[in-house]
Ligand binder design. Structure first.
Ligand SMILES: [Zn+2]
Length: 308
C-alpha cells in the first residue's frame, strides 16, 4: 500500500458551527510524508499540522493552535481524510473555523472523490498498537487494544427516550466502510443546551440544516439517516480525533460515553508511551502478518500430537 494524496485541487464554502462565520475551504495535493496540514489563507498561509501536540481548546469540538493562530472544529475533516485513506494533503481555510456543511462528513467525501485519489511512490506508514492503553474521566472512558486492522466499538448512553443506550462496532478497512456507514451521520445537540452554548459563544452557526436537534421527546428536523445515527457520529468524531496521531492506526478502539477530551486524552497517552506502539511501513506490515499466519499454520494439530 502506497501513500496517497488527491489528483487535483477542489474547493467549497460554508459556515462555522460555533463561530457562525462564512469560510472558504480548499483541498490541495501534497508531497509524500507531508501528512495533513491546515493552512490559514487569511494569515499568510500559516501552516498547522494536524498533530496531537497542537490541540488547544476542546469546547464541543477539537481545535488546534500554534503561535496564537487556530483552526477550530477539525474532527469531521480529519475523519474523512482518514476514512478515504488520504495521507498527504493541504487544507486551506480563510477563517478560524472549518465549515460544518450538513453536520456530517458527506460533503467532504463527495468533494474529495471529485478531486480523485493519486497513489504516490513511498509506502504508507501505520501506527500499530502493541499493548492496551486506557484513558478515563469519571465514567467516560476509552481504550485501545492491539488488532491487525482498524476497528471501533462505541457506546453512548443518554437519559433521553430517543437515544438511551446505543452501541456499534465498525471495521474501517475499506473506503466504503467509512463512506457508507459513518460519513453521513450528523452531529447532534439538545434544544435545552442551545441557550447555554450560545451564551458561551458556541453553536452560533448551528441550525436545523447542520445538526440533529433533539427536544425532550422528538427530533426537530425530520428523519434520522440511521436508526443509530447518534453513535455513528461519535465514531466519526473519534476517527477524526485519533487522526491527530499522524498515521492510520492498527488497533481496536473501545469507547464508552466519550467525547473530544477523552479521545484526544488517549491520543496523548499513546504518543507519550513509545512502548505501546510501533510505526511500520506497509511492506514490514505484510511481513509481520505473513509471519503470524505462518506460525498459526505450523502449530501441530491435536491429531498430529496424538499420533506421535
Ligand atoms: Zn462531530
Amino acid at each position: 500500500m502506497k501513500q496517497r494524496t488527491i489528483k487535483k485541487s477542489v474547493k467549497t464554502s460554508g459556515i462555522g458551527l460555533h463561530s457562525g462565520k462564512r469560510v472558504n475551504l480548499e483541498f490541495h495535493p501534497a508531497p509524500e510524508n507531508n501528512g495533513i496540514v491546515f493552512r490559514r489563507k487569511d494569515k499568510g498561509f500559516f501552516p498547522i499540522k494536524a498533530d496531537i501536540s497542537h490541540v488547544s481548546k476542546l469546547a464541543y469540538a477539537t481545535n488546534l493552535s500554534k503561535d496564537g493562530i487556530s483552526i477550530a472544529t477539525t474532527e469531521h475533516l480529519l475523519a474523512t481524510l482518514r476514512g478515504l485513506h488520504i495521507d498527504n494533503i493541504f487544507i486551506d481555510i480563510d477563517a478560524e473555523e472549518t465549515p460544518i456543511m450538513d453536520g456530517s462528513a458527506s460533503a467532504f467525501v463527495y468533494l474529495l472523490k471529485e478531486a480523485g485519489i493519486k497513489e504516490q511512490s513511498l509506502e504508507r506508514k501505520y501506527l500499530r498498537i502493541l499493548k492496551p492503553k486506557h484513558y478515563l474521566n469519571g465514567d467516560r472512558r476509552i481504550s485501545i487494544y492491539p488488532y491487525d486492522g482498524f476497528k471501533i466499538t462505541y457506546t453512548i448512553e443518554f437519559d433521553h427516550p430517543l437515544i438511551r443506550l446505543q452501541t456499534r462496532t465498525i471495521e474501517l478497512n475499506r473506503e466504503e466502510d467509512f463512506e457508507n456507514d459513518v460519513s453521513p451521520a450528523r452531529t447532534f445537540g439538545f434544544l435545552k443546551d442551545v441557550e447555554m452554548l450560545r451564551k458561551n459563544g458556541l453553536a452560533l452557526g448551528g441550525s436545523l440544516e447542520n445538526a440533529i436537534v433533539v427536544d425532550s421527546d422528538r427530533i426537530l428536523n425530520g428523519h434520522l439517516r440511521f436508526a443509530d445515527e447518534f453513535v455513528r457520529h461519535k465514531i466519526l468524531d473519534v476517527i477524526g480525533d485519533l487522526a491527530l496521531l499522524g498515521y492510520p492506526i492498527l488497533g481496536h478502539v473501545v469507547a464508552y460515553k466519550a467525547g473530544h477530551e477523552i479521545h484526544t486524552g488517549l491520543a496523548k497517552e499513546i504518543r507519550e508511551d513509545s512502548d505501546c506502539f510501533e510505526i511500520v511501513n506497509a511492506g514490514e506490515l505484510e511481513f509481520i502478518m505473513s509471519k503470524q499466519s505462518n506460525s498459526k499454520n505450523t502449530e501441530p494439530s491435536p491429531q498430529f500430537q496424538e499420533l506421535s
